[in-house]
Each structure stands twice: as C-alpha cells, then as structure tokens.
Design a protein around this ligand. Structure first.
Ligand code: ADP
Ligand code: ZN
Ligand code: ZN
Length: 821
C-alpha cells in the first residue's frame, strides 16, 4: 500500500510514500502523517492511498499517523483543491486550514490503559514475544504511558496498529496531546459505582454505623441516571470529602477515573430568548429559500435587508428547516468575537447543537468545538472565515452574514482566500442553498444578483414599525467659520449628546481610524488630492515626502497649494478614538463611557461585558472604530455620531466610496431600533459629497448605480479580476529587483492581462521588511473564470524561479485583494 502526501509548503506536487504493514489499517485519505522529506521529518496530508507505485524501490516509508479519523474527506479535498487553484497556493497550504489553530504541530501520543484488562489479555496471548504481547505486558503495569516510551522500550517504531486494535476492544485509549502543549484534551475526575446496585445495597448495612458519609455517597450514586458524576460535583452535592470517596474506592465499591470533558464555549453576552411571529416580509424570504433547502439544491441568494429588518431571525428559521431535513448548517459572521449578540441568539435557539469557532476562544475551547463538529455532535457551526473549514459534514445550508465585510478576506496567510466567495463554491459542491446577507451588499454581490447569478431577496422595512433614523451631515469647515466647533466636535453633535445622556438614552460615537497613511486635503474646499488616472486618492509617503497612486504608480511632490482652489491650507489628516475619548471626558466629566477598539479589547469577554453594561444602562456612550458599527441591536440607542466621514472616504482604494457607504449606513443603523426615533450626525468636510448624500437618503441603489458605472469605466471588479503580487525583504534592492524581474516576465502576457509596473507598498516597510507590489488585471469579458490571469501568473512564476537572480525572494499572490496596503 502507498500514500500520496502533500505538504504545507509552496511546492505544487504530491509525494508517494510506502505505508508499512503495521500502519496499513490507519493510513487513509484525510489523515495527517509524519514522513521523512529530504533531511527533515514533516507533517503532511494523505490525499489518496494508491495500491501501486511507479518506482517502488526509491520511495521512503511513512513514519507514523497522527489522526485516528480523517480530518477531511474526498469531498472536501475537491474544495481545498479549488481554493488552492483559485488563490494560487499548493494543495498542502490550503489543507493547512482544516487543522484547527494550535493543533497544526505534531501531536504527542499518550496511552491510557485499563491495566487489569491488559494483564488479562496478556495472559491469554499464546506467544509472549509478539509486539502485541510485549505491549500488553507494559500496559498492564503502566496506566499512562507515552508513545515514545513504548517505542523505545520495544525498540519498535510502528506500534500504532497494534495499539489501535487494543483500543478497539477497549483495553486502552489513545490520547493525542500537543507538542507545544497549547491544546489538550481535558480530563476531570469522575466517580461511578464499581459493583451492581444490588451488591451495593448488600454492603450498605456493613458500613452504615461507622461512616454515614460513605452511605450518603453510595445512595447518591445509586440514584443517578448517568453512569458517573464528577468528583467535585459529588462532594458538593453530598457535602462529603474526598477521603470518604477514597475509602469507598479502597473497598472496591466505587471507582474514580479520568473522564474526558469538553470545554463548552460560554458566550458572556446575555440576552433573553425571544420568539416572534415572523413578519410577512420575513416569511416571504423564508418561503423562497425553503424549497431549495428541502430539494437539497444549490442556489445562491443575496438577502438585501435594511438594518433592523430582522435578518438574524430569518437565518434562525432557515437553520431550523435545514436541521429538520437532517442536514447541518454553517453560519459565517465577519468577526465573531465582535458579534456576541449573534452567537447568543443562535445559542438561545440551538443550544448544544451549536459549535462556536473563533479566534478569541482559548485554543482548548476551539479544539473541543472542532472535535465536537468532527464527531457529528454539533450540527450548527457559527464562526468567522476560518469556520469555512470546520469538518462539518452533510451541509444543508450556508449563511454568510454581513457579506460585504472585508474580514472575510484572509490577507494574512497563503492561500489568501475570500470566505464569502469560497462559501458559494462550497455550497455548490454540497448542493445546498447559500444566503449572503447584508444591509449594504458589496458591489460584486449586487452585480451578481442583477445578472441573475444570485437571486435577490429583500427586506425593505424594519420590524415592529421601527423607523430608519434621520441622518444629518454637519460640515465642520462651515461650522468652524461660525465658531461652532470645539476641536473635533461640532456644537451640534455635543448638544445632541448632552440631550440623550440626560434622557438616559444610548449614544454611539464612531471614529474609524483605520488609515495610517495620511491623505492630503484642502481645508478650504475639501478637495482631496486624487490620481488623474485612477480616481483613487493619492497617498502621502512620509519617508520620501511625495504623493503616490497605489494603483498605477503615478507620483508627485506634495503640492504647495490646493490643485482645485489654490488655497494654501493643505492639511494632513488624522484623529484617533483615544483623542475622541479624551475630548468627551473633557466636555462631559460625568459621562459613563467605554472605548471599543482593538487596543481597548485586550481581554477575553471584554466586549461582551461592555455590551452587557451598555444594555443594562450602566454605560451611556460607546466610542469606537468600525467595531461599533457591526450588527449591534440595542433598542436604547437614539444617537449615533460620526466624527469624520473622511477616514474611510479617503482610503487609497477604489472601494473607498463603497466602504464609506457601508460603514456609515451600518453605524447609522444602530440608532432608532425601537419606538424612540433615532438620529445620526455625521461630521464631514464635504457635505455635498455624493456618497454621503446617498447615506443620508438611505439610497443604496443610487450609490450602486454610480459605483458600478465607474467600475466598468475604470475596469475594476466586478468587470476585471485583480491579482496583487507582493514581495518583501529586508533589503530594498532585493525586493525591487525581484519585482522588476517578475514584472518583465509578466509583461509578455500583456496581450491578455494588464500589468502595472512595480510600486512601493503604501506601508512601505513592515517589521523591517520592504514591500513592493505589482497589480495585474484581467477582464471578465475575455477571462470570465480567471484562468488566463492564473496561468499568466503561474507561468511567469515558474520562469521567475528558473531565471531570476532574486528567486529566493518570496512572492505572495493575492487574488481579488480587498486591501492593498
Ligand atoms: P438586522 O440583522 O436585520 O439588522 P436584527 O436581526 O438584529 O436585524 O433584528 C432587529 C430586531 O428585531 C432584533 O431585536 C430582533 O430580535 C427583532 N425581531 C426580529 N424579527 C422579529 C419579528 N418577526 N417580530 C418582532 N421583532 C423581531
Ligand atoms: Zn481647495
Ligand atoms: Zn493612479
């Protein structure tokens, strides 16, 4: 028997290994194995187990198997292969995602033996010199042994299959522990009766007089429905102590043992479960999708529902339907640690059947959630983008909430996948419907809906007759002239905050300080310095003191005056949430406020506790970054203030307008979710701005129409597919050299794709590494699936690796980049 193995490294091919006889039982597609590779021992993934091999003499043997059960199956290999192909990674790099974080190191094995049983089995063995007999001998005296110890003592490496057969008959259990000890299976002491109930009753009179406490324990254990109870629980219930239990154990009446437990993730945010009658609009949406859930057919839907239209309840009802069909459901949310409300609502409805997967969980909690999905116990998975790779089988429904959110794109690791787009492919492979939901759909998804690729579903009204809030723009430049500005706050906003606090209503203040690159604007006319070729703002590169367009590489010196009105009041922009907090403290010394941004959320559960306090009325005001715009549903919020609409408007990105519309509409949507009408005040330099006007009018269609027109004109997504190629290194000349070589090779494909010359990245240096980028565009008209783009890049990459002097500089490919900084 042979095994085809791929490794989580950039090489594209798989490698054949021989499977030694002892491991034949355990090696199968979907398990991780340890195998020699060059001079190293690596962990790889078995993708198939062929019976023959071309050069059987040359090949090496697999050393060990790491998984008892496959962690991916043939069906999911197809999905990982798609990810690898589309996002230009190796299959092994894509498969790295199917191992929960913290587990992707080599596991260490521990053997937990039933020593008495092993001794019995040892006695029954006819020959005492076999591996099995020797193992049994060791195991009958060692309750817990390390795999390494057994291997060493027996001078045998491949003892796994013998152990597996012992495990099957229940003589031992094989426990995986992690090398780095990040994640362990948790055990706690449990107690159970060691004899039949009748025998226990016979024994009670014998101990009654001397130790009444022991009798209490026995009676409690007899009365249990469960087979065992935790030692701690038993002592608490019976008000006894461990020594009583121990003496019962010595008498052979009870048994204390280690029981494997799962760490259930507890959401600290609390909310009562609510049951409502669905609104007719919700019902209509559900009816449309029901058919596809029942027929088990692939169909992508775009659910465009205004803020507060009750999308969450729609998801919940649909999940119920999928479960009824004996199918499982996957719900993706942008950043689950930031959306405790969603988790709480799902837990309220589906309880134990929900597995929560997110990055702020302890590695142990995540590991247990993952195992609970793998074993089929959890049937609903809710998590951030990586939950896409949870081992959930038998998918009947996928939901992608807030589908427009950027965090669905992985920009940290290869492959740089987009979870929303991959979710659609996953649904297709599993023949199930997928629902992309948002109040502010991405331009790409709406375009797909308009073209009939997705079916559009709409919720146009808020539930419960709640009204969308009234939105006002306040031009800070005009206010300043009227002496109605106090530093960064307009008096209008300060006055409103004061009113709301007095009335004990809730206030949310947004200052989205995501930009580090500073943009240049004119204080007099609000003009932002744009690139003449790309309609994106130019970016100030402090190191060289020039303005650069990141999309085409155009550069210019920082202008002395405004190119629009000639004013000399050129300013660089930047205000963060901490400054906003400081100022609020100054104007309202009594205010009960919390700052919500990634600096402030340094502790687990911090956000949930802030939200709890806000809900209970112990906080008046939240000030934060875009985190405060994400899905919050607090009926007491009646005012939302935005310090500067420009923070995202001026992002050096062709999606800046779209993002601004989304962010402002989302944050505005936090206000007025009950009978009290909500109000939103957005401070800006430019109250005539098209996007801001669309926000005020709640006119998604208007925003979309203009945006899609511009995208077509400039041939940006969805009309073209983009790949961003990046190189980094400590030596700038190396990075530039590599990029120049790659660019030269790529330009040979200029008849098929548009290649832009290398430019320095906006953040030109991160952690001491210089960064350069090349942008490649391919038209959807001539290259609808992106195959031409991928071929151009991969072929160039091969040539680059053969020829370039700089081939040791690593190149990163980002297909459909969401962020180019
Ligand atoms: P969205 O995600 O669309 O912004 P939510 O799902 O947060 O909106 O729903 C807004 C509020 O309306 C929530 O408090 C939710 O509990 C409530 N809600 C949802 N459906 C109904 C319904 N059919 N009747 C009454 N209230 C509802
Ligand atoms: Zn000007
Ligand atoms: Zn440009």
């Amino acid at each position: 028997m042979y095994a085809e193995v791929v490794f989580p490294f950039p090489f594209r091919n798989s490698f054949t290994y021989r499977v030694p006889g002892e491991l034949e039982d355990s090696v199968q597609a979907g398990v991780r194995v340890v195998a020699p590779f060059g001079k190293r021992i690596l962990t790889g993934f078995v993708i198939s187990t062929p019976e023959t091999c071309e050069l059987p003499d040359k090949i090496k043997e697999i050393r060990d198997v790491l998984d008892k059960y496959p962690i991916f199956d043939e069906n999911s290999i197809k999905f990982y292969q798609w990810i690898a192909d589309y996002y230009l990674s190796s299959l092994g790099e894509a498969l790295r995602n199917c191992v929960p974080a913290g587990l992707d190191v080599e596991t260490k094995r521990k053997i937990v033996a039933d020593t008495a049983y092993c001794f019995e089995l040892y006695n029954e063995e006819p020959k005492k010199n076999t591996i099995k007999a020797q193992l049994l001998q060791l195991l009958s005296v060692n309750e817990i042994t390390k795999m390494g110890f057994l291997q060493k003592t027996l001078k045998k490496k491949n003892i796994y299959s013998a152990l597996r057969s012992l495990e099957r008959i229940g003589a031992i259990s094989i426990v995986d522990e992690l090398e780095n000890a990040k994640v362990r299976i948790k055990h706690i002491k449990h107690v159970r009766l060691a004899q039949s109930k009748d025998e226990i009753f016979n024994n009670i009179p014998l101990i009654e007089k001397r130790s009444p406490k022991q009798v209490v324990i026995l009676l409690h254990l007899v009365s249990l429905k469960e087979e065992s109870v935790s030692l701690a629980g038993l002592l608490k219930k019976t008000n006894t102590n461990a020594s009583s239990v121990n003496s019962l154990a010595e008498k052979g009446l009870v048994e204390v043992f280690d029981k494997e437990v799962t760490r259930d993730y507890k959401e600290t945010f609390e909310e009562a479960k609510e049951n409502f009658t669905l609104t007719p609009a919700q019902q209509k949406v559900i009816t449309s999708v029901t058919e596809k859930i029942n027929e088990q057919k692939f169909k992508p839907y775009l659910l465009h529902g205004v803020t507060g239209s009750g999308k969450t309840q729609v998801y919940i009802e649909l999940v119920k339907l999928a479960l009824k069909q004996e199918k499982n459901a996957l719900i993706l949310v942008p950043e689950i640690s930031l959306t405790p409300q969603m988790t709480t609502r799902l837990l309220n409805h589906f309880g134990d059947e929900v597995a929560v997967l997110h990055s702020k969980m302890s590695a142990g909690e995540r590991f247990d959630s993952w195992r609970s999905v793998l074993s089929g116990k959890s049937r609903v998975v809710v998590g951030a983008r990586s939950a896409l790779f949870s081992p959930l089988k038998n998918l009947g429904l996928i939901v992608v909430d807030e589908e427009h959110d950027q965090s669905y794109k992985n920009h940290e690791m290869v492959p740089k996948y987009h979870a929303r787009d991959a979710a659609v492919v996953l649904a297709q492979m599993n023949s199930c419907p997928v629902i992309l939901g948002s109040a502010t759909p991405s331009i790409e998804s709406m375009y797909n809906a308009e073209n009939g690729k997705y079916e559009l579903l709409e919720l146009k009204e808020r539930v419960d007759n709640a009204q969308l809030p009234e939105i006002k723009l306040v031009n800070v430049n005009i206010e300043k002239k009227k002496h109605r500005m106090e530093n960064i706050f307009s008096k209008t906003l300060l006055e409103e905050i004061k009113k709301r606090i007095e009335k004990k209503e809730g206030v949310i203040i947004l200052q989205n300080r995501r930009g580090f690159a500073t943009q240049v604007y004119c204080e007099d006319c609000g003009e932002i310095q744009m690139c003449s070729e790309c309609s994106v703002p130019m970016v100030h590169h402090i190191s060289k003191n020039i303005l650069v367009c990141h999309y085409c590489g155009n550069s210019m010196p920082v202008p002395k005056g405004c190119t629009n009105c000639g004013s000399l009041s050129i300013k660089f922009f930047g205000t963060g949430t901490q400054r906003v907090e400081d100022e609020l403290d100054f104007y309202f010394p009594e205010i009960r406020m919390e700052r919500v941004d990634s600096d402030a959320l340094n502790k687990k559960g911090k956000l949930a506790s802030i939200f709890n306090d806000f809900k209970k009325g112990e906080l008046d005001l939240l000030v934060g970054t875009q985190i405060v715009a994400k899905g919050l549903d607090f009926s007491k919020v009646t005012l939302v203030g935005v310090i500067a609409a420009e923070t995202s408007l001026w992002m050096p990105d062709f999606r800046a307008d779209e993002r601004t519309f989304q962010l402002l509409t989302q944050v505005a949507g936090r206000a007025g979710r009950s009978k009290e009408k909500g109000e939103v005040i957005i401070q800006t330099q430019d109250h005539e701005n098209f996007v801001l006007k669309k926000v005020v009018m709640n006119d998604y269609e208007g925003m979309y129409k203009r945006e899609i027109g511009m995208r077509e004109e400039m041939s940006y997504p969805p009309f073209a597919r983009i790949c961003l190629i990046e190189a980094k290194d400590e030596k700038e000349e190396n990075v530039y050299g590599a990029m120049k070589d790659f660019y030269q090779i790529l330009t040979r494909y200029s008849n098929y794709v548009t290649v832009y010359p290398p430019t320095e990245a906006i953040i030109a240096k991160i952690k001491g590494q210089y960064r350069y980028q090349i942008l490649v565009k391919s038209s959807r008209k001539t290259d609808s699936g992106g195959a031409v783009l991928r071929k151009a890049i991969l072929d160039s990459f091969i040539e680059f690796n053969e020829k370039s002097r700089y081939r040791n500089i690593k190149l990163y490919f980002d297909i459909d980049p969401q962020n180019i900084m």
